[in-house]
Design a binder for this molecule. Structure first.
Ligand SMILES: NC(=O)C1=CN([C@@H]2O[C@H](COP(=O)(O)OP(=O)(O)OC[C@H]3O[C@@H](n4cnc5c(N)ncnc54)[C@H](O)[C@@H]3O)[C@@H](O)[C@H]2O)C=CC1
Ligand SMILES: CC(=O)C(=O)O
Ligand SMILES: [Mg+2]
Length: 545
């Protein structure tokens, strides 16, 4: 079992079994007298833990309980999550993790992962070498600047890498001992945090520009030197940094940006089922994206690729994609657009006949176009108003509307409202969990179109196949495999994405598709489907003693 004995073994979260240590184990490892008499099973421990979860006062307390259980006994933590995935997910992930990030410093209990702070920038290699667990398959790194839709959380952003990695394990079967959450602390511009006496991060305005990118480069070099085969996932970086960092490093190591690429793959997957039910391929739709951040542009770019695969030219595909930011429609006469946004901007001549004064807004877009697909990655709560939705729904049989912003409070609309405003015709998916819709006397779950369907499977794929890069084609393969698993393909009334109860099997299917694509792209060693299936099965860690 291990060379640890007595209290050291009991308090090692990766090795302890708590009250499940058997009598012979207690004798062998010097545990006699350190535990109450009864020996319990993992199953009994799980049931006791759920009882304790239920007794907590609110979801934030449930999050705190689960985080401390994770720090105490990882096998039990994952067994608890696996016991009831639909209930556990909103507690360790969106929306509750947002509260965990906001209150990070005040709730602090124990360290986990690596905190790499700007003042220690000359010791990055040493700090990466100090990582708590030497062999690592997956790193999730953030700088805390754009956490979900709640903005700059500084060091509190660490809640996101910790939460995402717990889902790499729960859903993708990555061994928790081989995961590493990382927080790059380059300061914060959140004045509440700067004024908070408990704030645990570097109390300083954010470092930006060349200094910032040099720090990130130095971090990547330290990772390449220490962990050359690790999967490095970028998470919740602000838009001005997200795509440039990805472009700079994507051909140098095994890496991807979850908000850009993972979100695109899950959105495409959900659109597959929705398009089937709506009876129209994407290439025949006008697609409107509200939100021109890295997530919105990332999704739209995969939508464009899909339209091209369906037979449109690149120009024809772009002509069917419309993006709005906080100021309105992106048009080429605007001088405030980044290059990747400009690629989706329309010529003002395209909208001249609308007769709009100033920059067209979403109401103008839905009035003047026959919009079939409306996507929200804007952080703007309620941006899909009744008027907008009713105008859209009057023109198409089955409007496809995805309010994808997180956490729940940031959603562009609530599914129940969308359902009412479209007389039950809407095909809906949201970023955070919502209660089921009541249709024809039955409860229909609302698909949660969140990158959690994709990133754990990508981690499982690249770890099993020993890939050294994440290609665009691998992310497209993930999207297709997820899309093919949509329950709506079998039953038009079913949700657009698989049930949480099936999410691990679905992840295995996505992992196989992604691994196969990695081999085809020459970024993983040659392997047959059987080899890959075996590797995926052997890689998958499941909680147990
Ligand atoms: N469902 C999922 O899996 C994912 C959801 N997200 C969510 O997407 C949201 C955006 O993320 P980023 O692109 O990184 O953020 P960002 O802050 O860089 O971009 C937000 C964009 O929305 C625009 N915007 C803000 N208010 C608006 C309004 N009232 N009307 C129109 N546009 C408006 C902004 O101008 C900007 O272009 C966040 O809430 C995040 O949680 C992000 C990744 C995955
Ligand atoms: C889900 C996610 O990655 C986000 O909201 O940022
Ligand atoms: Mg994110």
């Amino acid at each position: 079992m291990s060379d640890l004995t007595g209290p050291a073994l009991l308090s090692d979260p990766l090795r302890t079994k708590g009250t499940a240590f058997t009598e012979p184990e207690r004798a062998e490892h010097g545990l006699r007298g350190l535990l109450p008499y009864a020996v319990t099973s993992l199953d009994e421990q799980v049931r006791r833990s759920w009882g304790q979860i239920d007794r907590q006062a609110d979801d934030l307390q449930r999050y705190v309980y689960l985080r401390s259980l994770q720090d105490r006994n990882e096998a039990l933590f994952y067994a608890v999550l696996a016991h009831d995935v639909p209930t556990a997910l909103p507690l360790v992930y969106t929306p509750t993790v947002a509260e965990g990030c906001k209150h990070f410093s005040e709730l602090w209990q124990r360290p986990r992962g690596l905190y790499l702070s700007w003042p220690h920038r000359d010791q990055l290699v040493e700090m990466v070498r100090n990582r708590p667990r030497k062999d690592v398959d997956v790193i999730v790194v953030t700088d805390g600047q754009r956490i979900l839709g709640i903005g700059d959380q500084g060091v509190g952003g660490m809640g996101i890498p910790v939460g995402k990695l717990s889902l790499y394990t729960l859903i993708g079967g990555i061994d928790p001992a081989r995961t590493l959450p990382v927080l790059l602390d380059v300061g914060t511009d959140n004045t509440d945090l700067l004024d908070d006496p408990f704030y645990l991060g570097w109390r300083h305005r954010r470092i930006d520009d060349d200094d910032y990118f040099a720090f990130v480069d130095a971090f990547v070099e330290a990772v390449r030197a220490e962990l050359p085969e690790v999967l490095l996932q970028w998470e919740d970086f602000a838009t001005p940094h997200a795509a440039p960092i990805l472009e700079r490093h994507r051909d140098r190591l095994l890496t991807f940006n979850d908000d850009i690429q993972g979100t695109a793959a899950v959105a495409l997957g959900a659109l597959h089922g929705a398009s089937e039910v709506a009876g129209a391929p994407l290439k025949e739709q006008q697609v409107v994206m509200v939100g021109a951040g890295s997530a919105g542009i990332g999704v739209l770019d995969m939508v464009r690729q899909e339209m091209v695969d369906e037979g449109l030219s690149d120009a024809q595909a772009r002509a069917r994609c419309w993006v709005l930011d906080v100021d309105g429609l992106l048009t080429t006469d605007r001088d405030d657009l980044a290059e990747d946004q400009r690629a989706f901007a329309h010529d003002p001549a395209d909208v001249e006949s609308w007769g709009t004064h100033g920059t067209p807004q979403l109401t103008d877009v839905v009035e003047n176009l026959r919009v079939g697909v409306l996507l929200g990655l804007s952080t703007a709560q309620g941006a899909f108003t009744e008027e907008i939705v009713r105008t859209m729904a009057a023109k198409v049989d089955r409007p496809i509307i995805f309010p994808l912003s997180n956490p729940t409070a940031n959603a562009e609309a609530r599914p129940a409202d969308l359902d009412a405003w479209t007389d039950g015709k809407v095909l809906v998916a949201t970023g955070s969990p919502f209660p089921p819709l009541h249709r024809d006397g039955a409860d229909v779950p609302v698909a949660q179109c969140n990158n959690v369907y994709v990133f754990p499977a990508v981690g499982l794929a690249v770890t099993s196949a020993r890939a050294n890069r994440v290609t665009d084609a691998m992310m497209r393969a993930a999207a297709r495999a997820l899309g093919d698993a949509s329950p709506a393909l079998e039953d038009a009334k079913a949700p657009l994405l698989p049930a949480w109860a099936d999410v691990r099997d679905v992840a295995d299917g996505i992992a196989l598709a992604v691994a196969r694509q990695a081999v085809a792209d020459g970024v993983a060693p040659d392997a047959s489907d059987d080899d890959l299936r075996t590797a995926i099965r052997d890689t998958r860690w499941t909680p147990g003693y």
